[in-house]
Design a protein around this ligand. Structure first.
Ligand SMILES: Nc1ncnc2c1ncn2[C@@H]1O[C@H](COP(=O)(O)OP(=O)(O)O)[C@@H](O)[C@H]1O
Ligand SMILES: Cc1cn([C@H]2C[C@H](O)[C@@H](COP(=O)(O)OP(=O)(O)O)O2)c(=O)[nH]c1=O
Length: 199
């Protein structure tokens, strides 16, 4: 089973992911961007304020393709539980927001649908996605506004995209209130994961 953690920067994904790792020592815990050289290329792009939006999308997508073949598919084939801190929905939400704010016309296509469409032929959709729901301002404050994505206006557009994704597939998403304490959020996510494994 593939469970993904999604949400804005600073929503608490990594905090929850680390707590889950202690509870499920036999599971595969992974993340995007990865620490492969593809992920290093992504990190360079994150640090570049003038990165080309399409080039950045394809760097993240290359990292995802490698993540699938190197980590996610082998672990799923072994019957492992896989928990990923960010996954394809991050591309759908973030790169769609970047493209929408750019002057790239995409031949009239909707940016979110376009980013989904390039994943569709090769990706492996999550079985369930836990969405840590937090307002953009608190998210940017918690994240420390250290990179170009961690700005309130941009994160508001990203959040709108996450809402579109949830509306399109409500059965895949579990929304968790991320304004609560780290202990309360972690306990709720642990409960959700336990339920998902049992059913
Ligand atoms: N529920 C929470 N309430 C308040 N602060 C939190 C909470 N969860 C995480 N934090 C803090 O917010 C910051 C970002 O958390 P992190 O888990 O790295 O988020 P993400 O991986 O989503 O960016 C860290 O300083 C962390 O200690
Ligand atoms: C995986 C992924 C991350 N990102 C962005 C979100 C983050 O600002 C940045 C790095 O991701 P990450 O290290 O997960 O940041 P955080 O822990 O703050 O959430 O990359 C995308 O724009 N698209 C993607 O597909």
């Amino acid at each position: 089973m593939l469970i993904t953690l999604e949400g804005l920067d600073g929503s608490g994904k990594t905090t929850v992911w680390e707590a889950l790792r202690e509870r499920h020592p036999d599971a595969t815990f992974t993340r995007e961007p990865t620490d492969s050289w593809y992920g290093e290329a992504v990190a360079r792009s994150i640090a570049a304020d003038d990165a080309d939006p399409l080039a950045e999308l394809f760097l993240y997508t290359a990292d995802h393709a490698n993540h699938l073949s190197e980590t996610v598919r082998p672990a799923l084939d072994d019957g492992d539980l896989v928990v990923s801190d960010r996954y394809s929905d991050s591309r759908f939400a973030y790169q769609a927001a970047t493209l929408a704010a750019s002057d790239i016309a995409l031949d009239g296509r909707d940016p979110l649908e376009y980013v989904k469409s390039i994943h569709a032929p090769f990706s492996r959709p999550p079985d369930a996605t836990i969405y840590l729901d937090l307002d953009p301002r608190t998210a940017a404050e918690r994240a420390g506004r250290t990179n170009k994505f961690e700005r309130d206006g941009y994160l508001a557009a990203v959040r709108d995209n996450y809402e579109r994704l949830i509306d399109a597939e409500p059965e895949r998403f579990v929304r968790v209130d991320a304004t609560r304490s780290p202990e309360a959020v972690t306990a709720r996510v642990a409960e959700v994961v336990a339920d998902l494994i049992e059913n």
